[in-house]
Design a protein around this ligand. Structure first.
Ligand SMILES: Cc1ncc(COP(=O)(O)O)c(C=O)c1O
Length: 449
């Protein structure tokens, strides 16, 4: 029997690809296939690759559990969120959670009231149509020409990212994004069996517009994902950069701009007029969320803004009753209480500056942020060796000894040695600064090298 370890890598790859195709074919024909025919297919496959019959038998045994079900090979290797969660258990209620970029004020009192008043109605399905909420949103966005047909609702921006990938990417398509960005972009691209090109960024994680344009020329993408403000770096794509990117974007490419933190950006920031680009017919989708400035993360509602042709295509993907009754009611109430939203934004802008100065006073490198969070670097340690260990120690000690959770970005964000903290209420931020100061003083002194 041919030893698999001695097989050239290319041959293994080819074999894998063929196996998936064979398994898929078997599934499609499953109703008609007798078991023995399934086995015969694998035996033939082994023969075609010059492998002994026992290999065919072995492969059949391996693939047998999946041949009885329809499975999508492009998601087979992915770690599910249930698996991820096992490594990062739910925060106990008593914990001060500064790891998820939530609104520290939560929802407005008007939202809570409307939810309480309507609890009795949850036995009924919401309306099949989400038209009223889209009309309400369009009225609030108050942009001439931008009507409800430009809006698509989803169960949060996460859901919309997945829907967009499904609706507009075909297997093998090429997508561009930046490495230090929101992991859901690349997760959804890879799950769609597409490849992703990471465009380099400038110093301090600023977007490098030339690098984007160069990358578009070298390898024209079908889709581009950009976060602005970007999680976790806090960087924005400014008006000029946005217009340049639109200029260089291939005509059959879609720019997805995730703007779910947009409300928190500095007032002085020169943000692009994405709605104007949408109305003028550009291939742009702007993603907005009710989770952040409106404080409705638990209700899972976000929306996409795109020209009607794109919006209606996305709309084809949606299932009936996609937005919950309570979610819809809460969004109506939240839109009507713009004072609460403004208070949240003002709080974040004020506290973000204070928190940044506080962390810098502790000797930490902190990046400028336009979101409701700050990115900072763990100090390298002499004994423990590096910043990666320091980031782990800081997160663990904060959680265990101080009851505060922040985010170590070594995992999904792929930024080892970096940490992210959500801007909280003034008293939370003071408590966090005091705690991290203590934790830092307990760590090994910074490395001289
Ligand atoms: C950049 C970015 N996009 C999208 C989301 C998810 O938003 P939603 O709650 O609307 O799914 C987050 C959540 O933290 C985020 O950081």
């Amino acid at each position: 029997m041919e030893d698999m370890r001695a097989m050239p890598e290319k041959k293994i790859e080819n074999l894998e690809a063929e196996l998936f195709i064979a398994a898929k074919r078997l599934l499609a024909a499953r109703a008609k296939l007798a078991d023995s025919q399934g086995k015969a297919d694998f035996l033939r496959l082994a023969e075609r690759h010059g492998l002994e019959e026992s290999w065919g038998q072995k492969l059949y045994e391996i693939f047998r559990p999946v041949t009885g079900l329809y499975f999508n090979p492009s998601i087979a290797g992915f770690e599910s969120y249930a698996e991820k969660q096992r490594k990062r258990p739910e925060a106990p209620a008593a914990l001060l959670d500064l790891a998820n970029n939530e609104n520290p004020l939560g929802p407005s009192a008007a939202v809570v009231q409307v939810l309480q008043d309507n609890l009795g109605s949850i036995g009924r399905y919401p309306s099949l149509s989400d038209l009223h909420l889209r009309q309400h949103l369009a009225a609030k966005l108050n942009m001439p020409g931008l009507g409800e047909d430009y809006l698509v609702l989803g169960r949060g921006v996460n859901h919309l990212i997945s829907e967009i990938a499904f609706a507009f990417l075909v297997e093998g398509a090429h997508v561009a994004s930046c490495r230090n960005s929101f992991p859901v972009y690349y997760e959804m691209v890879e799950r769609s069996a597409c490849s992703i090109e990471y465009v380099p960024v400038d110093v301090d994680y600023a977007y490098n517009i030339e690098a984007f344009c160069h990358s578009f020329r070298e390898k024209p993408p079908k889709m581009v994902f950009i976060g602005s403000p970007n999680n976790p770096t806090g960087a924005i794509l400014d008006r000029e950069g946005f217009l340049c990117i639109l200029e260089c974007l291939p005509p059959d490419s879609l720019l997805v701009l995730d703007e779910c933190y947009r409300d928190f950006a500095d007032e002085a920031a020169c943000l692009p007029d994405t709605f104007e680009a949408v109305i003028s017919g550009r291939n742009v989708i702007s993603l907005r969320s009710f989770s952040k400035a409106y404080g409705l993360a638990g209700l899972r509602i976000g929306y996409a803004v795109a020209r009607p042709q794109i919006a209606s295509y996305l709309e084809k993907r949606r299932e009936p009753y996609h937005a919950s009754q309570m979610g819809i009611l809460a969004c109506h109430a939240a839109l009507d209480d713009s004072a609460h939203m403004r208070t949240s934004v003002e709080l974040i802008r004020r506290e973000r500056g204070k928190l940044k100065s506080g962390l810098e006073a502790l000797g930490l490198k902190v990046w400028e942020s336009h979101g409701n969070f700050l990115l900072f670097q763990a100090p390298a340690q002499k004994a423990a060796g590096d910043a990666v260990q320091a980031a782990k120690d800081i997160t663990l000690r904060l959680e265990i000894h101080h009851g505060i959770r922040i985010r170590d970005l070594s995992g999904g964000f792929r930024m080892p040695g970096h940490l992210r903290v959500t801007v909280g209420l003034p008293q939370d931020n003071t408590r966090f600064l005091k705690s991290i100061g203590q934790v830092l003083s307990e760590l090994e002194p910074p490395s001289k090298t």
